[in-house]
Ligand binder design. Structure first.
Ligand code: PLP
Length: 384
């Protein structure tokens, strides 16, 4: 069976983890944490990095940084992992959903504008932030979102958990367009370093920001809101969202091979597209002219004309030795939120369609050209 996603762990990671073990720095203090934070923030063009125990806790801390009042609203895509919605809800907020763009599968920025303007029109001042989520390696079209945030004084919490190293062309309507890395495009951004992400620490995450007050707040929330000068005296409630030095050691080793990882992913994306582009009834990932995408997952969407949905297609590929994974199911289709009275009669047709017709092919960092050929042959045979 060709696995769907495998990390690439090398000698550097082993050497650094060994150093933690030999020196006893195995907990949430030690040189690797600060170095990993600094280097990852710098790589993404942000000032401060605050390592977290995973991407989900990083999202929760990031939303915690903007200080929502109960009932405050945050706009987010329906197509994403549940971590995004629960970060808003656990912080007392209400998620407002938007559908996906049919090409990139990222949040539809026209709908973002419509929802922002509808909320502003209400005049209750409840809308506080937009949470763009870059999907499967492709950036969200950020300029329109940045424009809205500036106009209406909203925060941008950028979920970059699927786009390590991806780039976006900002200010492309001006004389000085500029390529910037995802994770450096909002007020606060969030990464995950779970084992299936582009770089990994096993479990892990990070919050990035340029705002020193926000960085301080994230650090405080991470560590039970201990006061710096009076340790067991608390004015706020926090969490234990700490990352260990051993995990940061793996991350630092991974960071040193960023270029190799991105090159591999981009090779994979191109190679799949070359081999699959002739098949009718199959939608492949795009790369918009303003994006350098990193193919975290090579997603495909089947046209209904094939007579197959993603579940049936996955079964047929499995019989041919190819493992796949389904796309996200939209937040508006989650029973847990309906039980809370959220999103009940909302409809997002693009999200609903790609959830039923989309899956991703093996996209791991250890995928060989021979395996990739095997996957493509299997796809050809099933859809012939
Ligand atoms: C993986 C992921 C997360 C959550 O990260 P964990 O480390 O698994 O908690 C958050 N957002 C997106 C978009 C993700 O893909």
């Amino acid at each position: 069976m060709i696995p769907v996603n495998e990390p690439l762990i090398g000698e550097k990671e082993i050497e650094y983890v060994n150093e933690c073990l030999r020196t006893g720095w195995i907990s949430s203090a030690g040189r690797f944490i600060e170095e990993f934070e600094e280097k990852w923030a710098a790589y993404c063009g942000m000032k401060y990095g605050i390592a977290m125990s995973n991407g989900t806790t990083a999202l929760q801390a990031a939303v915690g940084c903007i200080g929502l009042e109960p009932g405050d609203k945050v706009i987010m895509p329906t197509v994403t992992i549940i971590s995004c919605a629960q970060a808003i809800i656990y912080n007392g907020g209400i998620p407002i959903l938007v559908d996906s763009d049919p090409r990139t599968w990222c949040m539809d920025v026209v709908q973002v504008r419509e929802k922002v303007e509808a909320e502003i029109k209400r005049g209750d001042g409840k809308l506080k932030a937009i949470m763009p989520v870059h999907i499967y390696g492709h950036p969200v079209d950020m300029d329109p979102i940045r424009g809205l945030a500036e106009k209406y004084n909203l925060k941008i919490i950028e979920d970059a958990a699927e786009v390590h190293g991806a780039e976006y062309l900002t200010d492309r309507a001006t004389a000085t367009p500029q390529w910037k890395r995802c994770g450096g495009l909002g007020h606060i951004s969030v990464f995950s370093f779970y084992a299936n992400k582009l770089i990994t620490t096993g479990e892990g995450g990070m919050v990035l920001t340029n705002d020193p007050a926000c960085a301080e707040k994230a650090r405080s929330l991470r560590n039970l809101c201990f006061l710096p000068h009076r340790r067991f005296y608390h004015t706020e409630l926090g969490h234990n969202f700490r990352l260990t030095n051993m995990q940061a050691a793996i991350g630092l080793g991974q960071l040193e091979r960023m270029e190799e990882i991105i090159a591999k992913k981009r090779w994979m994306g191109k190679a799949y597209t070359e081999r699959l582009q002739g098949i009718s009834g199959l939608q492949l990932p795009v790369e918009e002219p303003w994006a350098k995408q990193v193919y975290w997952m090579y997603g495909i969407v089947l046209n209904e004309s094939t007579g197959l949905d993603a579940v049936q297609f996955a079964q047929k590929l499995k019989e041919k030795g190819v493992e796949t994974r389904p796309f996200f199911l939209g937040m508006h289709e989650q029973p847990v939120f309906h039980d809370m009275g959220l999103f009940k009669d909302e409809k997002y047709p693009i999200a609903e369609r790609i959830a039923r017709q989309g899956l991703y092919l093996p996209s791991g960092l250890t995928l060989t050209e021979e395996q990739l050929d095997q996957v493509c042959n299997a796809v050809h045979k099933v859809l012939k």
